[in-house]
Design a protein around this ligand. Structure first.
Ligand code: PEP
Length: 251
């Protein structure tokens, strides 16, 4: 059966020293708890190797926030999936709305990134979600379906089974505006149905679908109580250990 997961997305925050200190604090907090979910932190590339050396990855998974759509070569400034894997990280966020919006990521580049992540044994946390205008025009189901179809439905059922999905309505990211638990459940159930139609009910039932967008300790419990919400991808609240743990404890 699918896993419950709370994953932090630190984005472009913390210096290396601050990041190590935060990771150690989270690691310590988890050592003294029995979390009822998997816990992951996705951190800047520059922090990966140092943090990998400091945490117990049996209790706290480590991931990158992106990887390149090429394996190696003349792509100045890019960081490849094999490079990420060589740090000891085992997850990678792909297709975050900030990357789609500010860095022009397309379904084609995302398919290449997913393939390289899987080849390098990284678990993709694949983000999907609509902008406000699309929700207001009742287009969110179509948008999310197209993002999944175009980004992931080239995969075999076996490879799709390695993907974690994160539904993140763009209007809720970093805005303090959270989708209601009912709104989240409605679209998560739709996403699961979309996966079932392509790969069958068993694959769909085994797929973890995280909610992201202004998730915090005060709303996590209600969101996670919904049957198709299998955890959260957490931005701002992942930068404070107490808040992050408050969300972990919602399970
Ligand atoms: C995110 O960017 O993945 C996110 C969910 O951010 P926030 O929690 O800050 O809305």
């Amino acid at each position: 059966m699918r896993k419950n997961i709370v994953a932090g997305n630190w984005k472009m925050n913390t210096t290396l020293q601050e990041g190590i200190a935060l990771a150690e604090e989270v690691n310590e907090a988890l050592a003294g708890r029995k979390a009822n979910c998997d816990v992951v932190i996705c951190v800047p590339f520059t922090h990966l190797a140092s943090i990998a050396a400091k945490i117990n990855q049996e209790k706290l998974g480590l991931g990158a926030e992106n990887c390149a759509d090429h394996e190696k070569g003349a792509y100045t400034g890019e960081v490849s999936a094999p490079m990420v894997a060589s740090t000891g990280a085992t997850y990678v966020i792909l297709g975050h709305s900030e990357r789609r919006q500010y860095y022009g990521e397309t379904a084609e580049t995302l398919r290449a990134k997913v393939a390289l992540a899987l080849e390098n044994k990284l678990t993709p946390i694949f983000c999907i979600g609509e902008v406000l205008e699309e929700r207001e025009n009742n287009k969110h189901f179509d948008v999310v379906k197209a993002q999944i179809e175009e980004g992931l439905f080239n995969l075999s059922a076996e490879d799709f089974g390695k993907i974690i999905l994160a539904y993140e309505p763009v209007w809720a990211i970093g805005t303090g505006k959270t989708a209601t638990a009912d709104q989240a459940e409605e679209i998560h159930a739709f996403i699961r149905k979309t996966v079932a139609e392509k790969y069958g009910q068993e694959v769909a039932d085994n797929t973890s679908i995280l909610y992201g967008g202004s998730c915090k300790p005060s709303n996590a419990k209600e969101l996670f109580a919904k049957p198709d919400v299998d955890g959260g991808l957490i931005g701002g609240a992942a930068l404070k250990c107490a808040d992050f743990m408050g969300i972990v404890d919602a399970f």
